[in-house]
Every structure is written in C-alpha cells, then in structure tokens.
Design a binder for this molecule. Structure first.
Ligand SMILES: *Cc1c(COP(=O)(O)O)cnc(C)c1O
Length: 460
C-alpha cells in the first residue's frame, strides 16, 4: 500500500478521537507486585486506599483485567477542549540533522497548563465529582500539575487545595496566580496547616520544602477533611491509564498514514506520560506484533532506573504512603540543587518499573547541559520552546537520529513532547548565562538515598 503523504501536523477528527483508555496491565504477562500497607506489610486492599483516593480511581488502580476502559462522555467533553493533540512530523529537525530517520513528536503542550498532566487531572476531578465529593487536594513542585488540576477542578466544580513546594512558589509566583485564577487555594509547603508540615518546620526551620513533604501535607489534609480526597499526578497505575489517551491518539494517527515506529522515546519523571505514550504499542510488543525499541529517558542527576534499586519504597519522603515496588533511589534521595531540568522524583511508576525489569524497554540517563543544548536546537529548528522535562526525550531522539545518519538506517522515531518551557525560563537563563552545572550523584550520594529504602523482608 502506498504511503499517504504525511502532513506536517496530523490532527484526528473529533470522531476519530479515542473513546477508550488502554489498560497496559491487562496486556502484561507479569503484574507488578502489589502495593503494601506499611503498617501490616500486607497487600493494600481497596478499603485501605479509600480514605485517600476516589473510588473509581482505586478500581482502575487495581484493575489488571480489562484491556480497554471506556473514557466517560464527561471526560471526553473536557478532552475536546484541547485534544486531539497534534502528532507532528519534525521535517525541519530532520533536515537540520541531515538524518535519514523520520522523526515524529506528539505535542502535549497546547493547553494552558502547558503539559500532558491535564489528561489525568480531568479524569480524576471528574471521578471525585461523580462520587459526590466537595474538594480535592494535591501537591505541586514546579506547578504544572497544580495548574492542570486547578483547571479540571474549576470545570467540574470542586474546591482544590494545592500544597506547593515553598521554593517553587517563591521562584514561580506567576504559576501560583494561574492556579488562583482557576479558583485553587495555594499553600506554600511546609506549612503550619498540617501536623506533617509543622513537624518539618520544627526540624528544619527555613527549609524550602520538597515534593515528598508537600505530598504528606496534601494526603493529611485529604484524610482529615470531610468529603475530600487526594489526587496524584503521576506514578500510579490509574494515572498511567489516563495518560494512555496520548498513545491511543498516536496509534490511530500513525495507522491512518501507514507509519510504523521503530523507536518510541519518552521522558520519565514518575513515568506516567511515558507509560501512557507507549501503552498500546507496548501491548502489541508483548503480544509479539512489533519489535519497537522503547526508551525511557531520565536525568543523570536523578537516575532512578539506570542506577536505582528495584525495591519496595515509600512514594513520599515523610514515609506515609503505601509501599510500591519500583525502581527507586530511596525516598530520602534529593537531587542536587543545581538540577533545573525537572523529573526529580526518586521512584518510577510500578508499571514502567516492571516493564524495565522484564527487559521490554531500555532506559538512558542524560546530563542536563546536553538536554538544554537539545532544547535550544529544537526551539531553533522546530519553533517550539520545549519544557526541560520534554527535552530529555528530544536529546535522545536527536542522538538516535544521528546514529541513523552514521549507519544510513531509515528508522522511524516517535517521541513525546510533553510540554512547553514558558514556565521554566529561569532554567533557560542558567543555560544561556553558562551557569548551569551537571551534577551527577556519586555512588556515596546514592548510598545515602538507598539507606532510606525500608528494611523489610520483601526487600531481602
Ligand atoms: C510533570 C512533567 C513531566 C513528568 O511526567 P511523568 O509522567 O511524571 O514522567 C514531563 N514533562 C512535563 C512537561 C511535565 O510537566
């Protein structure tokens, strides 16, 4: 069959947009070990999770059976405001690189929150509303997730409290105003509004906070308030499920034009965008229908897969959450303060961890100066100012395209461009000023983090 000419940007029509999420777990031969209740070390039941998360999200979290899960009409209605996102053929980048490779990217930055995070924010806010809840809480670091959830909470009519890592709220005051415009209450964390926050403030007065601390505050607020639940923006299986709308759209668009990817690349923070991007393609690989090279890209300064341990660990630094079996640097690991490129989370999605552990994908770690070099090259060739996180994937896509140039192979590369860089201009400033450093943790640094992994029989 002759290939149709591929337009610069492929947009699906409203009718072609996916009506189902792809539950990758149902396609996997081996399930990741269950979450454990840290008090009993027994697998978490739905009832254990009920005080924290919405019922429908818990059901999705524990669902390993249904491969396709219908996207409710109400969520599709929200998605239509900013989806489908374009699948772009990077003609200009290919030409600049002089590569025989074909490069495509799926751009998730075309919404006000600026990233893919809105895909799960919309779903989780809808399920909270459906359950009759009044409010939700969450944490945010750089602000993308808090902004996405603010938009979704406004749309579905929920109150939202966002615990924002204090240094970020000071460095990014305008992010806070976006969230407030959508009606969210933003509290710099650590705060004196929770026991977890007060404890950290007493121990470390003047601390700038951390994501782990903000998570502890948000969870505490959810479980101690009426009609309130906590919402998480990555890592968990139901978040990966919601993000599969990205992979579903890519697959539909690529099949329409007869495009078969040889390599799929995504950046990995908590792993949800990568898990969602690869989901339907990985399901086919597991079924023996393709042999795609899947590459997860992480920062060299926070290398949870390439240098981490596969162990049960807490999802937060205050050690309050259930234990997840995942690749981790230890819940006490803190990336260097010089690291400006995002993707700072100590662990990795249990789904992505299991796939990595079983050899279905590879992981690479890249240094931030190389990431920003790729970001700048991309901005100058393709026109889009990419988020630093997304630029990890750009770096690896460029590296793979350059390998093709050497070997003459005409591979088809797809990567996830998760967001825009407008809110990360201080990181770009450091790069432009030449003050950006690459800090790669030493084995001794990593050992300190590993010491925070719980010493339980399951980890022996
Ligand atoms: C949060 C974020 C990421 C990390 O996503 P995960 O799904 O947690 O890996 C990547 N890119 C952008 C732009 C983000 O905002």
């Amino acid at each position: 069959m002759a290939k149709k000419t591929v337009p610069y940007k492929i947009y699906l029509s409203e009718d072609e947009m996916p009506k189902v999420w792809y539950n990758l777990k149902a396609a996997m031969n081996k399930q990741h070990p269950p979450f454990l209740n840290p008090a009993t070390l027994q697998p978490c039941t739905a009832d254990d999770l009920r005080p924290v998360f919405c019922d429908d999200c818990i059901e999705q979290e524990l669902n390993c059976k249904d491969l396709l899960i219908e996207i409710p009409e109400e969520i599709r209605g929200f998605y239509k405001m900013y989806r489908p996102s374009p699948l772009v053929r990077a003609y200009c980048l290919e030409k600049a690189l002089g590569t025989p490779a074909e490069i495509y990217y799926k751009f998730e930055g075309n919404n006000t929150s600026g990233s893919h995070k809105l895909n799960s924010a919309a779903a989780q806010a809808y399920y909270a509303k459906k359950q009759g809840l009044k409010s939700i809480t969450t944490e945010t670091g750089a602000g993308q997730w808090g902004t996405a959830l603010s938009m979704a909470a406004a749309y579905f009519g929920l109150d939202l409290t966002v615990y924002m890592v204090k240094v970020s709220s000071e460095q990014k005051p305008y992010r806070k105003e976006v969230m407030r415009t959508y009606g969210a209450t933003v509290i710099p964390s650590p705060s004196d509004t929770t026991a977890a926050g007060r404890k950290i403030l007493a121990e470390f007065p003047g601390t700038g906070g951390s994501l782990g601390c903000a998570i502890s505050e948000a969870v505490e607020k959810a479980v101690t308030s009426d009609s309130c639940r906590y919402v998480l923006g990555s890592v968990l299986d139901h978040v990966v499920l919601h993000q599969s709308v990205i992979g579903q759209e890519c697959k539909i668009a690529m099949e329409k034009y007869g495009i078969e990817p040889d390599i799929i690349i995504g950046c990995c923070g908590g792993g949800s965008n990568f898990g969602g991007l690869i989901a339907p393609f990985m399901g086919d690989k597991i079924a023996g229908k393709n042999n795609i090279d899947f590459i997860g890209v992480e920062p060299a300064s926070c290398p949870s897969m390439t240098r981490g341990r596969y162990a049960y660990d807490f999802c937060d630094s205050a050690k309050t959450t259930p234990l997840a079996k995942m690749y981790t640097l230890g819940c006490g690991f803190m990336p260097s303060a010089n690291h400006a490129g995002g993707l700072r989370y100590h662990g990795m999605s249990p789904i992505v961890s299991e796939l990595y552990h079983d050899g279905y994908m590879r992981a690479v770690a890249v240094e931030q100066s190389k990431v920003f070099e790729a970001a700048e090259y991309f901005a100058r060739t393709e026109g889009i100012l990419p988020a630093p996180e997304s630029s990890h994937a750009i770096r690896t896509a460029i590296d793979e395209a350059l390998k093709c140039k050497e070997t003459g192979e005409k591979k088809t590369i797809l990567f996830g461009l998760t967001g825009t860089g407008y809110f990360d201009l201080s990181a770009y400033k450091a790069y432009n000023d030449g003050t950006m450093a690459d800090t790669i943790p030493t084995d001794a640094d990593l050992a300190k983090g590993f010491a925070s992994i719980p010493d339980i029989p399951q980890n022996k």
